[in-house]
Ligand binder design. Sequence first.
Ligand code: NAI
Length: 321
Amino acid sequence: MLLHFIFPAGTQNMEEKWNYRVRSCNWLLCELADIAASPEQLRLINVLWETQICIRSGDDMNRVDEKVAIVTGGGSGIGESSSELLAEGGASVVVTDINEEAAEHTADIIKQRGGRAISMYQDVTDEGRWQEVVEAATSKFGKLNVLVNNAGIGGVGMDDIEQSSFEDWRKIMSTNLDAVYLGCKKAVEVMKGEGGSIINISSVMGIVASVGVGPAYNASKGGVRLLSKQVAVHCGTLGYKIRVNSIHPGFIWTPMMRSAVGVADEITTEEDLRQMLLLRHPIGRLGVAEDIAKGVRFLASEDSSFMTGSELVIDGGYTAV
Ligand code: NAI
């Protein structure tokens, strides 16, 4: 059963919305219990009571209240959606991006909705900037619990092993893998006292190869997968309460994905691209950024407290065939 709540005008804050839902459910149950005159009506009340429990547990699930998170590449696509969902769950978010305006836009959206966020310029390949970003998180919000290493660039059009250049290879490896190493290194340094969760966005291209994405993209995302496990084992062995996991999205309809239009002669429009990709996802649709953001929020929360060194594959069945 699905209940739709119409919130009073101006209710934007998640806490206010939650309280409103609880009050509404309680009111409804009391009213119904008063007037119930038949077994059928009592059965309905029971259903509603269970529904309320579902709403409560659904809301409690994946909560990241009181956590402080850094999300790289937070100005677009998966990073933007992850920043927003973390903030909706109660986290304070430092949104960083090489595109400063985009990061600012995400932080503004979060603040307009009653959440807590700041934005920062960050090129994730710049080692020195990591120190400044972490310092900003701890000085503004007091601590760091979550790092989402999301920033990345695509490999479409970077040709194959015979055609690609070493320059292409270095560029992609630097953003997609070197930077994840830098982020993990800095986060472990800061989190090893109190613990935390590091979430590295890899790809299905970190599990299987594909024609057309270029060697560096596959290699960089495969590297993220094993780097995550290595850091997870290191932290666990030394008794740090830091969990490290990778996420492997299928094809997600974001600006990165849309930039693949034109890469092959037969892919001349977004619709061509969408149709071609649909065939590779047995679930019958392409992913949207929020599909991955929900995984990010899960790994950031205590609901995933027994997960480390794992791969969370969110791919609509891409790797199942
Ligand atoms: P997107 O292009 O929408 O967003 C990526 C963001 O990263 C952009 O805001 C960009 O400005 C930022 N960025 C790029 N280089 C940066 C750098 N050096 N420093 C800081 N920020 C930088 O891409 P999307 O699709 O949201 O991808 C996010 C992550 O998910 C990437 O790591 C990507 O490889 C991965 N992924 C995406 C899939 C897809 O189908 N869209 C599938 C599997 C993985």
